[in-house]
Design a protein around this ligand. Structure first.
Ligand SMILES: C[S@@+](CC[C@H](N)C(=O)[O-])C[C@H]1O[C@@H](n2cnc3c(N)ncnc32)[C@H](O)[C@@H]1O
Length: 224
């Protein structure tokens, strides 16, 4: 069961009743995406490269993909965005999300619609600078190697889906990143950071988005 909720910055999120968690921080979905994925991930990596490949762990509402597409255009970046999602939301639900109204940039509504309506499993030019491949797949089945500059690790929290924060998935993420690549996540739990470290990541603790003290950026070192 999926229902739309409003977070404290006015942007929508979805409640996943069976896990008892929402898709975003209750303090603000747009704010969280901006802070954790756009700022700590995209802007950070864009300082060294103008063409970037990104793996989105959880397509969900499509908010991370939307904000990446908009920011990349502003920054003059070309993005190859792969979004993995095993349980896509129904199109009727996507249509009710208020991101296009809130992020009031020309074309936003059209881009957001395309993100949801485009085919799965093949690369689609959403915009000339933003190529999206949606893969209907579980995170457990990801087998990409040295493929991404950035991973947005946006799985449900460890208390809801602990298995997604354990060593096998962290190893999968590490293997999927290129050397020098980074994975960002809102999660700053000690046990998760220790697991990331154990599979080879270098951990950076960064200030979190509003309502959260800390977040994590995990780096795959260039020497590996
Ligand atoms: C926190 S939400 C992602 C939010 C998303 N990034 C957004 O902007 O809306 C987690 C997502 O992971 C998906 N998911 C949960 N378990 C999964 C699994 N084992 N494999 C693939 N997707 C999974 C859920 O359906 C949900 O869309």
């Amino acid at each position: 069961m999926r229902t739309i909720i409003e977070t404290q910055d006015g942007s929508h999120s979805i409640m996943a009743e069976e896990f008892g968690v929402s898709y975003h921080s209750k303090y603000g979905a747009v704010q969280e995406t901006e802070h954790v994925f756009i700022n700590a991930g995209l802007r950070h990596q864009a300082s060294s490269k103008k063409e970037l490949s990104i793996l989105g762990i959880g397509f969900g509402t499509g908010l991370n993909a939307l904000m990446t597409c908009l920011e990349a255009e502003k920054m003059g970046l070309t993005i190859h965005y792969t979004a993995v999602e095993a349980y896509p939301i129904p199109p009727e639900l996507a249509e009710q999300l208020n991101y296009a109204e809130l992020i009031n940039v020309e074309k936003t509504g059209n881009i957001f619609r395309q993100l949801h309506q485009c085919d799965w499993e093949i690369p689609i030019n959403i915009e000339p600078h933003f190529i999206l491949t949606k893969r209907k797949q579980t995170f457990q089945d990801i087998a990409d190697l040295d493929a991404y500059d950035i991973i947005y690790f946006d799985a449900f929290a460890p208390n809801a889906q602990p298995e997604l924060w354990e060593a096998p998935i962290m190893q999968t993420m590490y293997d999927a990143l290129k050397a020098g690549g980074v994975m960002t996540t809102y999660c700053a739990k000690g046990v998760v950071k220790r697991t990331m470290k154990a599979v080879g990541f270098t951990i950076e603790a960064l200030p979190g988005p509003p309502g959260k003290r800390e977040m994590t950026r995990a780096v795959k070192k260039i020497t590996d």
